[in-house]
Design a protein around this ligand. Structure first.
Ligand code: FES
Length: 110
C-alpha cells in the first residue's frame, strides 16, 4: 500500500488517552463509524443522521480540511451546552484523504 492511501487521524481522549488511527483510503465511512470501529464509546443512537449529538467531537487541528457544517449539524450542535466553534458531529465528517492529519478530541460521556 502506498503512503497516499492511508489517512491518519490523531484522537485525544477520553481523558488522557491519545491514539493515532490509520485508516485505509476508500473505506467510505464517516468518522463516527471509524471511531466506533476503533472501540470508542460513541452511542450514535441516531445512526449518523445528525439527530442525537452523541458523535460530538472537538477539532483540535485541521478544521479547514473539513466541509462546512450543514444546517442540521449546526442545529444539533446548538443544543449542546459544551459545544463551541471547534465542535463537529463525527457522523457528518466523511473519511477521505482530504482530512489526513486531522486532530480531534472525543468526550467521555457522549
Ligand atoms: S451519530 Fe447521532 S448525531 Fe452523529
Amino acid at each position: 500500500m502506498s503512503e497516499e492511501s492511508i489517512i491518519r487521524i490523531q484522537v485525544e481522549g477520553p481523558g488522557d488517552q491519545s491514539q493515532n488511527l490509520e485508516i485505509p483510503d476508500g473505506i467510505n465511512l464517516s468518522l463516527m463509524e471509524v471511531l466506533k470501529a476503533s472501540e470508542y464509546d460513541i452511542l450514535a443512537t441516531c445512526g449518523g443522521m445528525a439527530l442525537c449529538a452523541t458523535s460530538h467531537i472537538q477539532v483540535l487541528e485541521g478544521m479547514d480540511k473539513l466541509e462546512e457544517r450543514s444546517d442540521a449539524e449546526m442545529d444539533m450542535l446548538d443544543t449542546l451546552p459544551n459545544a463551541d466553534d471547534d465542535s463537529r458531529l463525527a457522523c457528518q465528517i466523511k473519511v477521505s484523504p482530504a482530512i489526513d492529519g486531522l486532530r480531534i478530541r472525543v468526550f467521555e460521556n457522549n
